[in-house]
Design a protein around this ligand. Structure first.
Ligand SMILES: [Mn+2]
Length: 339
């Protein structure tokens, strides 16, 4: 069940929300389903439970979950008189709107591992599957009414951030709160039809990834996506990045990553099956969750250095994993002896 600390945080956040008539919700740059779900989930929760409040979402557009809504541009005047709630964003640098410090008061709700306390009140719990799960508990603990719009946004965030309940961080609490959302009229099938929709171009792009991904000696599989590939398959950057999932969990390859060429840098999306990879990501101007992190390179010239580093990481990670398997086997044997 939810910790006492989290229950207390939920109650405090509700009190804070009640105190402000103007509220601005901010997520991170290059928003994903969880970021959007948290923003729009919170938006509908506040509008439904406190209709007199004026709420705006400031940030970038996320195409594949745009069925949830579109952020706006918020004026300086409004922001200065508002409460800002930042969601799903670990550091100020990553905030889609950096004006958080000019707000009257700020709250942060987040589940990233290397999360800074940049707001006046911070509710940060890395153990949560998604920021949307936190928003759902915020509603549940405070007995807020969850209408279909709020439930849809929140459920979308939980399913996209957990890869349909398959990733680290999914607990019995996650299923419990989703059962609650289902009772609020969430149409699971409709949401899946949006989040699972693929274009012919993305299918062809997946084919390109399978044909062109490379494998290192010690268990890393990776794909390099240059600007011309993004253009060739008419992809948005977020769709290009989603292609990483197709090279996940290949037997014998516990580490996988994608390097995508953005206009000003090469962005890396790193995944690891056994060992946390966020420490590693920090060496390349990155961070994130334990087993799903991001980083960046200044140019393709740095790729070779990264490859040799990450191959070493995979080697060590495999050895540690095999060692713990071996240790378990020995312990099980000992147990048999004793009984
Ligand atoms: Mn998230």
């Amino acid at each position: 069940m939810l910790s006492k600390k989290s229950i207390k945080a939920c109650k405090i956040i509700k009190k804070i929300i009640k105190q402000y008539d103007k509220i601005v919700l901010i997520g991170h740059t290059r928003p994903d389903g969880d970021c959007y779900g948290s923003e729009f989930g919170l938006y509908h929760l506040i509008k439904d439970n406190y209709p007199s409040k004026e709420v705006h979402i400031s940030g970038e557009v996320c195409e594949y979950v745009s069925f949830l809504g579109t952020p706006e541009i918020v004026s300086d005047e409004f922001l200065k008189e508002a409460l800002v709630i930042a969601v799903d964003c670990g550091n100020v640098d990553r905030l889609a709107d950096k004006r958080i410090s000019s707000a009257l008061y700020s709250v942060k709700i987040d589940h990233h591992d290397d999360s800074d306390e940049y707001a006046d009140m911070n509710w940060i719990v890395p153990a949560f599957s998604s920021c949307c799960e936190m928003i759902a508990w915020l509603a549940f603990v405070n007995r807020l009414n969850v209408d279909k719009s709020a439930g849809t946004a929140i459920y979308t965030g939980i399913t996209t951030d957990t890869g349909d309940f398959k990733h680290f961080g999914v607990t019995s609490d996650t299923f419990l709160i989703c059962s609650y959302l289902a009772d609020c009229g969430v149409d699971v099938e409709e949401i899946a039809s949006y989040t699972g929709a693929r274009t012919l171009d993305t299918i062809k792009y997946t084919g390109y990834i399978y044909e062109n991904c490379k494998y290192t000696k010690n268990g890393v599989v990776y794909i390099k996506i240059t600007k011309d590939i993004v253009e060739k398959y008419s992809l948005s950057y977020e769709k290009a990045a989603a292609g990483l999932n197709s090279i996940g969990y290949i037997e014998g390859y516990p580490v996988w990553f994608m390097a995508i060429e953005y206009p000003s840098e090469i962005r890396l999306r790193l995944r690891s099956k056994y060992e946390g990879i966020n420490e590693f990501a920090r060496n390349y101007k990155g961070g994130g969750h334990s087993k799903a992190a991001g980083a960046s390179l200044d140019s393709w010239d740095d790729l070779d250095r990264l490859l040799s580093d990450i191959d070493n990481f995979a080697k060590e990670s495999k050895q540690k994993h095999e060692f713990s398997d071996l240790k378990n086997a020995v312990e099980i044997k000992e147990e048999f002896k004793e009984s």
